[in-house]
Design a protein around this ligand. Structure first.
Ligand SMILES: [Zn+2]
Length: 678
């Protein structure tokens, strides 16, 4: 049999992934062998004749499957950044194998017996805090999946899970079908007045692709958003908004009202079976916020503080629309349109003005310099390691003493085979095994404007903050310094993971930081401060209204999941009640949010929508500390590194945060930054 490079020890520099030598056909056999080896490691734990100990069970479990993890990370990272039909086909084949393997572990009673034995003797074990966290995490990975239940209850849990996955799938299919079903064909060009040329052209092409005369507008965001933002025709905006707001709410075959009720009910039952009061209690057990009460008081406190500003913004917008077009009652379909007009009037700021100051190479250098000033990191581009595409940049990252911290990959430009958006990922996580600190291989992937023959890559301001955001995640991965791989780097509670990324964005708004890198690509002139001020002001434009909107979604989410839903019979009526006094625009009877709220009914955000705002509170509060002491203050940076960035998920995030900040996070810094309080 030929050797499969993926299952051999990598002999490359820094043991990085040997991309150039991997054939796509290597993956499937590598996965199969990787799973087989990982299973053998699990069996060895179970069959160990010695009594279960932390080392021979919990630790052994955490270090098992290393080979499979490496194969998986290489494969799935490629599937996101450099995929093709063959890779996609393998992904389809491999995904069920991996989830089956995952189930083989979490549903394995013999393994659980050993884990539980260690867990029950926890008090006598003299574990370190990190070990205690690991033990807790491992135990819960079984108990939260029903390992402690009797056979008939286990059976009931499986039934609920099966039913839930069907309902969630159906929910998503309905939303998608409703989105795809709607088309607004415009045949009179005058009805497109206000739309930018690009949006018009896209609408025309869309019509042509469906062999229609005219311009086609759909509910897909690239079509929907420009129309709602720019189209002068109020009636058509209304038509489009009603279609979008009433997805899966038409009492027909694609209606989701019943699915929503059933999903909420089954989640509640599931939580009860596992011993939790509600689904939200179940979810929040593994979050920084911890309890539904905490989330609700967090949202309500924020609401109280944001509301006056939101109302003022709303009144201003109302007056503006009245002045402009004699609008008497401002409706939801007016909001994006007049907001854009008002924003233009107030700031007159566009990307083209800013882009010359943000040449990609300068921005990267800027991020590196900032990481150096804060954390002493040194980035050196190297050409000795393999890449999966020639556009990828590779760096060696050292600390002040010249010790290796991480390998860093950066992949900036769009191409066929790369999915949209921007993300951070890793090819290898950090851990300490047998006294050796194995350093991580971290990567960021973005889709920025490519350079041309005559112009370098010039970033929009949004792209600049995106780069800093992903770089912040990357620092979390690079600076990891934990013993166990499953607690390393970004393996933290969900509502904590955006702190390092979002906090780093703050430097993009500071004069002291911008002077380092925001220089005109032709003249070298540093970005004028009045432009920076404008960026800041326009970034907080309508922040009060945005905050109210986010809070209303968070409250709606909690209303479905933090109580017994059996009394809810009418989805729309329930929703109106849940929104309470968060609504500035008149209610639209034809619309319903819940029936298309995919984040919480299809995706993984149930009882988690609050975390968007939660993360903002954290990052603003953390950055406030930097501002108090100086944005390059070494002491604050070191505290951040030692208590947050290097600690991964080894302790409860609130404990880590308090150790860094000296107190729990408070919303004041965010409210101030957002201009909601003075
Ligand atoms: Zn992020």
């Amino acid at each position: 049999m030929n050797k499969n490079i993926l299952t051999e020890k990598f002999t490359t520099a820094f043991q990085t992934a040997p991309f150039s030598k991997i054939a796509t056909t290597d993956f499937l056999p590598a996965f199969i062998l990787g799973i087989k080896n990982a299973k053998a490691e699990i069996d060895a734990i179970i069959d160990n004749p010695e009594a279960p100990t932390f080392e021979n069970t919990i630790e052994a479990l955490d270090f098992s499957g290393e080979q499979l993890d490496r194969i998986s990370s290489i494969f799935f990272n490629l599937n996101s950044a450099e995929t093709n039909e063959d890779i996609q086909k393998i992904a389809q084949e491999v995904s069920p194998l991996l989830s089956e393997f995952g189930n083989d572990i979490t549903l394995n009673q013999d393994l659980f017996k050993r884990v539980k034995a260690v867990y029950n003797s926890k008090a006598d074990l003299k574990l370190t805090t990190e070990q205690e966290t690991l033990l807790d995490k491992k135990y819960k990975s079984f108990s939260r999946n029903g390992a402690n239940l009797t056979e008939d209850k286990k059976q009931a849990l499986r039934e609920i899970d099966k039913e839930l996955s069907k309902l969630k799938l159906k929910f998503g299919e309905n939303v998608l079908a409703e989105t795809n079903k709607f088309e607004m064909l415009i045949t009179n060009e005058a009805d497109l007045a206000g739309l930018p040329e690009g949006a018009k052209e896209a609408a025309k092409q869309l019509a042509e692709s469906k062999e229609k005369e005219g311009w086609l507008i759909t509910l897909d965001y690239p079509s929907y958003i420009p129309f709602m933002t720019y189209a002068d025709n109020r009636e058509l905006r209304k038509e489009l908004a009603l279609a979008s707001g009433s997805k899966a709410f038409h009492n027909d075959a694609l209606d989701n009202q019943d699915n929503v009720l059933q999903i909420a009910t089954l989640r509640f039952k599931r939580a009860n079976l596992l011993g939790y009061k509600t689904h939200a209690h179940f979810v929040l057990e593994e979050r920084m916020a911890k309890t539904p009460e905490k989330v609700e008081s967090f949202l309500n406190e924020l609401l109280e503080k944001a509301k006056p500003a939101a109302q003022e913004e709303f009144t201003n917008l109302e007056n503006f629309a009245k002045e402009q077009d004699g609008i008497d009652t401002l409706q939801k379909w007016d909001s994006g349109y007049y907001a854009e007009k008002l924003k233009q009037k107030l700031f007159n700021l566009d990307d083209e003005q800013l882009k010359p100051y943000f040449k990609l190479e300068n921005v990267i250098e800027g991020a590196f310099t900032i990481a150096n000033k804060l954390f002493g990191l040194q980035f050196e581009e190297i050409h000795t390691i393999d890449k999966y595409h020639e556009d990828v940049l590779t760096y060696k990252v050292n600390d002040e003493n010249g010790e290796l911290v991480s390998i860093f990959y950066a992949d900036f430009f769009p191409r066929k085979g790369k999915r949209n958006g921007a993300w951070m990922t890793s090819y290898k996580s950090q851990s300490i095994k047998n006294g050796v600190n194995d350093r991580p291989h971290v990567s960021i992937v973005c889709n920025f404007t490519k350079p041309t023959n005559t112009k370098p890559s010039l970033l929009t301001f949004n792209e600049v903050t995106t780069l800093f955001h992903e770089f912040g995640h990357a620092l979390h991965g690079m600076l990891a310094n934990t013993t166990y791989p499953s607690l390393s780097g970004t393996s933290v509670f969900w509502d904590f993971v955006e702190l390092p990324s979002q906090v780093l964005e703050n430097w993009c708004f500071e004069k002291e930081a911008l002077e380092l890198f925001a220089k005109h690509y032709e003249t070298g002139e540093v970005i004028p401060m009045e432009l920076v001020e404008k960026i800041k002001e326009s970034a907080t434009f309508h922040e009060g209204m945005q905050t109210m909107r986010q809070i209303s979604f968070g409250l709606l989410d909690m209303s479905w999941h933090a109580q017994d839903p059996s009394a809810i019979t009418n989805v729309k009526a329930h929703e109106k009640e849940a929104f309470g006094d968060t609504q500035l625009f008149p209610d639209v009877a034809e619309n319903c949010m819940s029936t298309a709220f995919s984040h919480i009914f299809q995706g993984g955000y149930s009882s988690g929508y609050y975390s968007y705002k939660w993360a903002e509170v954290l990052d603003a509060d953390a950055f406030e500390y930097f501002k108090e002491e100086g944005i390059f203050n070494k002491t604050v940076a070191t505290k951040f590194k030692e208590n947050v960035l290097s600690k991964g998920g080894t302790e409860n995030p609130m404990t880590l945060y308090k150790r860094f900040r000296g107190q729990e996070p408070k919303p004041e810094a965010l409210l101030k930054r957002a201009g909601l309080i003075k």
